[in-house]
Structures are given as structure tokens and as C-alpha cells.
Design a protein around this ligand. Structure first.
Ligand SMILES: Cc1ncc(COP(=O)(O)O)c(C=O)c1O
Length: 401
């Protein structure tokens, strides 16, 4: 009898984590590698957040807490939803998990039956399809091509929804493309959802605060309050507050769903770290005045990367609205040959040879469901980004027919 289960055979390890680990390994071997794979800010957690964590340790907040979040954190989250999104969630409509990742996982595990479909716009965050598969559901992908700014069109959403559709997942600003829906674009999508009352909406707002050029973030329930009783609004502190390692994510949603998610968590990890929860209270209740300065840096880096990549022969890079990713096409490099004679047949070949020949680690587009593209995270120093882009230009210039 095999030791591993058949459900494990349905999924694969996270490709973004694999690229990050490979880049770290090569660096440890002494190779000059610039890692553009990791989806985390290079900024530090704000000082007042760290202080709150230290105070929590000293004050003895070192024991188990309520499974799905302390009352203080749930109150801070409720206040955040009210203040920033104009949505009133009671504390029994809020859950806290070990990162947004666990919150999404709990929701899918608590709700999917075999044969249930989950509509996932592609390109997508790598974990959605695998989580759906692990929970026994079936992902239904909808292509969001570059021509539509990598955004889901209402008519395509309408067509993808069928009688077995349980969830639609929206993610704006998006990982891996950085695309974010304007209020008007989002309204059109909510209108489609309003016509399909059996469908639930999972909105992943993890990059809410990382938007540029005056873009105004909105979340679906804000625009269509009647969707509230079938929407899970997911968010977290990882990206905006540079707290990826603290592992705190949260969601607001209908009480019955929130309770079900808590049951899954109670039989897996129990509460997220008590210290991290105390830190997240300070983050959410504290001000966001550190953010405009950081966002100005992100915006500058985005513009630099877009400009430099568009100089590389065979590469075309769209300028996105938010997050800290760009998703350039490498279609013009496919079918060409490196000076060592390797033919680039896929974006995976492109990424592998770029790492081998120039020491730049990017994530190939097959991982995100739209190809031939690759993802670059520009949450790294401007000097490193500049050097990485020049290496990409050199790599592309050296390709032969
Ligand atoms: C779109 C998206 N959702 C959710 C997450 C999960 O973030 P965390 O588990 O750190 O809260 C990530 C992290 O990369 C992400 O990019």
C-alpha cells in the first residue's frame, strides 16, 4: 500500500517557493544570483508593531488563544473593515488564521463537495487550484489575456458559471500580474454575480494597500452590499505591513461559514501565534503613515522594471496598477536558442536558462496558468532590480534563431 494518499497526488508543491529556495541554495553555494521570485516586501515590519510583540511576550501573552482569533484582534479587524472598506462585520463574522493562506484553505475545506466547481481567473495565485483540488473540488479556469489588462471580463465570468459553481475567486490587485479592478470594472463583475444567487464569492484583497498612480481600491461587498451574505472578504497583514513571517491573515463573512472555518482550524493548527496576533492588533490599530513612502518606492521600481524589460528583445511588459509584480510576455524569445545551444521551448525553459546563464531567478508562467509569461517580484532593492533587468536584456540579446 503506498504511504502517500491519492489526494496528495492531485497537487504539486508551490512553484514560487521552489524558485525562492533554489535561488537561496545557489546563493549559499556562492553563486551570484538575484532572486526575483519571492512574493514578499523587502521592507521591515514597522517598529511600533515589533514593540507590541515584545510587550506581548513580556506581558505573558504566550498561551493558547481562542482558535480563530483573540477578541482584541477581531475588534481591530472589524474596525479596519468599517474604516477602510465601509463594511460592518460583527466579531462573530470574522476569523483569523495563520496567514491568508490558511484562511483561504479553511474556507475551501469547509465548503467543497466532490464535483463542486470553483471559478478561477487565470493568471492566478499558484495556491488556488491546488487548494481546490485538495478539498475535492474542480477548478474552472477563465483566461484573462494581456489585451484585457489580465482582467476578467463580465461575459467570460457569466459563461464560466454553471449549476455546480460554488465559488468564484477574485484577486485584486492580482498576484502574479499586478492587475487591479477599477470601481467600474468591479461593479460589472458584481452585477454578474448578483444574477447567479447560488454562487459564493471569495475576494482575496491581500494587496489592497499596494496600488499606485492614485488608483482607488474597492472590494466587492462595498459596491454590492447584497453580496455580503455570500462573500468571504479575505485580507491579511503580510503585504501592507511587511509581516510575511508573522503569519496572520483574516476574513469577514457570514457567521455560518466563519464557524465552519473555525472548526477546520480547531482540528489542524488551533490559534495563530498569540504574539503575532498582538502584533497584528498594533498594525491594524496603528496608522498607515509609513505606507505612502514605501508605495512611492514600489511605484518607481515598477516603472524602472517595465521600462528596462521593454528594451529586451522578445519581451513585452505591461504596466500594472498594483501589488509588487510584473508579468512580462517572453513569447518573442520562445523558439530561439541560447549561445550554449539550448532551445527555449517554454517559459519554464526561459526561466531555467536565465537562472543558469545570468543568475536571475524568476517564476515561469506555467505556474500561474497563462503562458508564455514569467513573473518578476520587484519587492527588492532598486540596485538589484536594475542589475537583474540588464542581465535579462543581455540574455535576450544573445539569443539566436
Ligand atoms: C494573492 C495572495 N493571496 C494570499 C496570499 C497569502 O498570504 P499570507 O498567507 O502571507 O497571508 C498571498 C501570498 O503570497 C498572495 O499573493
Amino acid at each position: 500500500m503506498p504511504i502517500l494518499s491519492s489526494s496528495l497526488a492531485r497537487i504539486k508543491p508551490s512553484p514560487t517557493i521552489a524558485v525562492t529556495n533554489l535561488a537561496r541554495e545557489l546563493q549559499a553555494q556562492g553563486r551570484d544570483v538575484i532572486g526575483l521570485g519571492a512574493g514578499e516586501p523587502d521592507f521591515d515590519t514597522p517598529e511600533h508593531v515589533k514593540e507590541a510583540a515584545i510587550a506581548a511576550i513580556r506581558g505573558g501573552q504566550t498561551k493558547y488563544t481562542a482558535v480563530d482569533g483573540t477578541p482584541a484582534l477581531k475588534q481591530a479587524i472589524a474596525a479596519k473593515f468599517e474604516r477602510e472598506n465601509g463594511i460592518g462585520y460583527r466579531t462573530d463574522e470574522i476569523t483569523v488564521g495563520t496567514g491568508g493562506k490558511q484562511v483561504l484553505y479553511n474556507a475551501l475545506m469547509a465548503t467543497l463537495e466532490p464535483g463542486d466547481e470553483v471559478v478561477i481567473p487565470a493568471p492566478y495565485w499558484v495556491s488556488y487550484p491546488d487548494m481546490v483540488l485538495l478539498a475535492g473540488g474542480t477548478p474552472v479556469f477563465v483566461a484573462c489575456p494581456e489585451q484585457t489588462g489580465f482582467k476578467l471580463r463580465p461575459e467570460d465570468l457569466d459563461e464560466a458559471i454553471g449549476p455546480r459553481t460554488k465559488w468564484v475567486i477574485l484577486n485584486s490587485p492580482n498576484n502574479p500580474t499586478g492587475a487591479a479592478y477599477s470601481e467600474a470594472e468591479l461593479r460589472e463583475l458584481t452585477e454578474v454575480l448578483l444574477r447567479h444567487p447560488h454562487v459564493w464569492l471569495m475576494t482575496d484583497d491581500m494587496y489592497e494597500h499596494l496600488v499606485y498612480d492614485g488608483f482607488r481600491f474597492t472590494t466587492p461587498v462595498q459596491l454590492a452590499p447584497t453580496l455580503k451574505d455570500r462573500t468571504l472578504t479575505v485580507n491579511g497583514v503580510s503585504k501592507a505591513y511587511a509581516m510575511t513571517g508573522w503569519r496572520i491573515g483574516y476574513a469577514g463573512g457570514p457567521k455560518e461559514l466563519i464557524r465552519g472555518m473555525g472548526i477546520i482550524q480547531s482540528q489542524s493548527t488551533s490559534n495563530p501565534s498569540s504574539i503575532s496576533q498582538a502584533a497584528a492588533v498594533a498594525a491594524l490599530n496603528g496608522d498607515l503613515s509609513f505606507l505612502p513612502e514605501r508605495n512611492a518606492v514600489y511605484r518607481e521600481r515598477r516603472d524602472l522594471v517595465v521600462e528596462l524589460l521593454n528594451r529586451a528583445p522578445g519581451i513585452r511588459c505591461h504596466r500594472p496598477e498594483g501589488a509588487f509584480y510584473v508579468y512580462p510576455s517572453c513569447a518573442g524569445a520562445i523558439g530561439r536558442r541560447t549561445p550554449k545551444g539550448a532551445v527555449l521551448e517554454t517559459s519554464a525553459d526561459f526561466a531555467a536558462k536565465l537562472l543558469e546563464d545570468e543568475g536571475v531567478a524568476v517564476v515561469h508562467g506555467t505556474a500561474f496558468g497563462l503562458d508564455p509569461y514569467f513573473r518578476i517580484s520587484y519587492a527588492t532593492s532598486t540596485a538589484q532590480l536594475e542589475e537583474a533587468c540588464h542581465r535579462i536584456i543581455r540574455f535576450c540579446e544573445r539569443l539566436e534563431d
